[in-house]
Design a binder for this molecule. Structure first.
Ligand code: SF4
Length: 235
């Protein structure tokens, strides 16, 4: 089984070298792909790891390689494959969750095979992503039963204490939404943008297709109920 949990200690800092970033609210400086970040040390550690947010590197806090970094490093693969394998590992993350509720083994196997290929065509990832998205949608509808769906974005929305159980928030913008104390159990959060969303005291247990980057981008606390690990900045 592919390891989908990042292990920075087994990686040569690939996300800090191979990926580009642009000066913005997420990054303090511009950096082109292939150039090591100025904060990367010679032994592939981040010298500002404990103060990324305060230093203007929020984008690093919310980045997740889903184990692609250590795989490329440990298997001595072409570093150019890193962004592609990262995308495939993210799809495997979704498929592993989907497999708990429905049939996704065929797509899981296909994705694993592509991730292990010496040459990966980005067009194949796009095509596969479309089929996986459709399957996740089917499984989500089965799990949620009543197929409630929010058809509009909810950036900045006041949803404090709302009953959002089983609601599909798939792909919705929830930037800065007030979700304090909201009940999001079995809500479909696939691709929902939770940057700055306030989930203090919210119940996210069993939320579908929720990932670590989404959680890291939100504002939670000890009262937030969640199946994933609680980000350090929530404590
Ligand atoms: S700030 Fe740290 S974690 Fe972010 S890219 Fe630079 S070295 Fe990596």
């Amino acid at each position: 089984m592919t390891d989908l949990h990042s292990d920075c200690g087994s990686c040569a800092g690939l996300c800090c070298v191979e990926l580009p970033f642009a000066k913005s609210a997420d990054f303090a400086v511009d950096k082109p792909a292939g150039k090591p970040c100025v904060n990367l040390t010679g032994d592939y550690r981040c010298r500002i790891h404990d103060r990324l947010r305060e230093s203007g590197y929020q984008g690093c806090v919310t980045f997740e390689c889903f184990g692609a970094g250590q795989r490329v490093t440990q298997e001595r693969l072409d570093v150019a494959l890193f962004p592609l394998i990262r995308q495939l590992h993210e799809l495997l993350w979704y498929l592993e969750e989907a497999s708990r509720y429905g049939h996704a083994a065929d797509l899981h196997k296909e994705t694993e095979t592509l991730a292990a290929s010496p040459i990966i065509d980005p067009a194949r990832i796009s095509e596969l992503r479309g089929r996986i998205g459709a399957r996740l949608g089917e499984i989500s509808a089965q799990v949620r039963g009543r197929a409630k769906e929010m058809r509009h974005d909810l950036a900045g929305a006041k949803l404090r204490g709302q009953d959002l159980r089983n609601v599909s928030l798939r792909g919705r913008l929830l930037i800065g939404a007030d979700l304090r104390g909201a009940d999001l159990r079995k809500a479909d959060l696939l691709g929902a943008d939770l940057r700055g969303a306030d989930v203090r005291g919210a119940d996210l247990r069993g939320a579908l297709f929720l990932t670590r980057p989404q959680v890291a981008a939100a504002r939670g606390d000890q009262g937030t109920q969640i199946d994933l690990d609680r980000p350090a900045h929530w404590r």
